[in-house]
Ligand binder design. Structure first.
Ligand SMILES: Cc1cc2nc3c(=O)[nH]c(=O)nc-3n(C[C@H](O)[C@H](O)[C@H](O)COP(=O)(O)OP(=O)(O)OC[C@H]3O[C@@H](n4cnc5c(N)ncnc54)[C@H](O)[C@@H]3O)c2cc1C
Length: 388
């Protein structure tokens, strides 16, 4: 029997799809989730040990103003699933070149009242003995941020949704979508709903031609490491570290709550197919390894535990804006993928549910999810939701 608000098919059980399902189910929709693999799916972009969340956003300033709502939505999700999969920590930025990050970040953090300060370069060696201090021009400590634990979040969210009657179709690859009819084809069978939400991550271009000129899959390498023993304790207590040199640029998540030390970079390959393998080759790792040697002292003494590939979609331009838009009469496309889609997943999912429920317009939702709104305001417009 349909939920009081109607029926929705969600394609994809990553953070975007599950968050949309969560927000829709709360609003009284009957929700079915189609996933081409298991749930959660180890091949999904969302599936990893940890993800960074933070307020500073550099030139993508619009997204900084979404972050207070994004943190609040995660708090709400953690209350709901009964587990807090967030490790609060400072986030430290090491600048080695002028990359246009400081000014917009400082402006946004000041406007949001989120604390930050310079760390005198003379203190860096003592506080962060693992960091290469040669070439540092500035070190900035920001107060609000930390790590989310995606595998645990996806798992608990799935259990919660299942308990509330959300229907899961695993190993069900959607081959076709009719956005006007609200119809999807999976396993040779047709399924219909009042609305369809396509949250297919790096596979989105295989399901709709609409974003082909805008987003492209990007094959990205990460490494999981064991640090040299004498640094193990320092790493265990380290905050999230982000190196902002052009050649050295890396992000590093310390080992916490049973996760491994992980290092990656933010240089998009804009190449590859999400159906491809997940094992990083020497060629995949070349840039990351040389960047890591510039960012960290004695990097060659770190033991490699895993060399992994992960795919996300990125915009063909450098904007990294999310593409969230209606398609036909009954479908929504949620490409909130990119290198920053996890921290905003629940908020964007809620925004899409709000649009489907008629709480706000499609145009406003698309602009909001793209981080486009009046920067003279203090915060992004929040989806107002009726009491459950
Ligand atoms: C190395 C790396 C580091 C990152 N670091 C961060 C970070 O620190 N902070 C942050 O906020 N973000 C980060 N991100 C980005 C973030 O992980 C992604 O933006 C986010 O997880 C995308 O979620 P999604 O639900 O859109 O996609 P996915 O998690 O990939 O989910 C899409 C799902 O759809 C399924 N699917 C696809 N096509 C079909 C079909 N036809 N039928 C059925 N099912 C289908 C897939 O199997 C998959 O399970 C990082 C990404 C990578 C790769």
């Amino acid at each position: 029997m349909a939920g009081p608000r109607g029926t929705v098919i969600v394609v994809g059980a990553g953070i975007a799809g599950l968050s949309a399902a969560w927000a829709l189910q709360r609003r009284g929709f009957e929700v079915a989730v189609f996933e081409q693999g298991p749930i959660p799916n180890p091949r999904a972009t969302s599936y990893d040990e940890h993800r960074i969340t933070r307020h500073a956003y550099g030139a993508q300033e619009g997204y900084a103003y979404l972050m207070p709502d994004a943190f609040a939505m995660y708090d709400r999700m953690f209350d709901d699933i009964g587990a807090d999969h967030f490790d609060r920590s400072k986030v430290i930025y090491f600048l080695r070149e002028e990359v246009g990050w400081y000014e917009p970040s400082a402006r946004a953090l000041t406007r949001m009242g989120s604390g930050f300060r310079d760390i005198p370069l003379t203190e860096v060696r003592e506080r962060f003995p693992m960091v290469e201090t040669r070439g540092l021009t500035r070190a900035v400590e920001t107060d609000e941020g930390g790590m989310l634990f995606p595998i645990r979040i996806l798992t608990d969210l799935t259990v919660t949704l299942g308990n509330r009657g959300v229907r899961f179709h695993v190993d069900s690859r959607v081959a076709e979508v009719d956005p006007d009819a609200g119809l999807v084809v999976a396993g040779g069978r047709e399924f219909r709903a009042d609305h369809v939400v396509i949250a297919a991550g790096a596979w989105v271009n295989k399901l709709t031609p609409l974003l082909a000129q805008t987003v492209v899959p990007s094959r990205q390498a990460v490494m999981y490491l064991a640090p040299p023993p004498e640094l193990a304790q320092r790493w265990a207590q380290a905050p999230v570290l982000i190196d902002m040199g052009l050649d050295s640029g890396t992000y590093t998540l310390p080992p916490r709550r049973g996760t491994r030390l992980k290092i990656g970079d933010h240089v998009f390959t804009r190449a590859g197919d999400a159906d491809g393998d997940r094992i990083a080759t020497e060629a995949d790792l070349a840039r990351l390894e040389s960047a890591a040697r510039l960012a960290y002292r004695d990097f060659d003494r770190y033991q490699v535990l895993e060399r992994k590939i992960c795919f996300y979609t990125v915009t063909r331009d450098d904007s990294e804006r999310f593409v969230v838009r209606p398609w036909g009469k009954r479908a929504w496309i949620v490409s909130a993928c990119s290198g920053h889609g996890f921290k905003l997943g629940p908020l964007i999912g809620d925004g899409v549910a709000a649009a489907i429920a008629g709480e706000r317009s499609a145009e406003e939702t698309t602009r909001w999810a793209a981080g486009l709104f009046d920067l003279t305001g203090h915060a992004a417009p929040t989806a107002s939701e009726p009491a459950a």
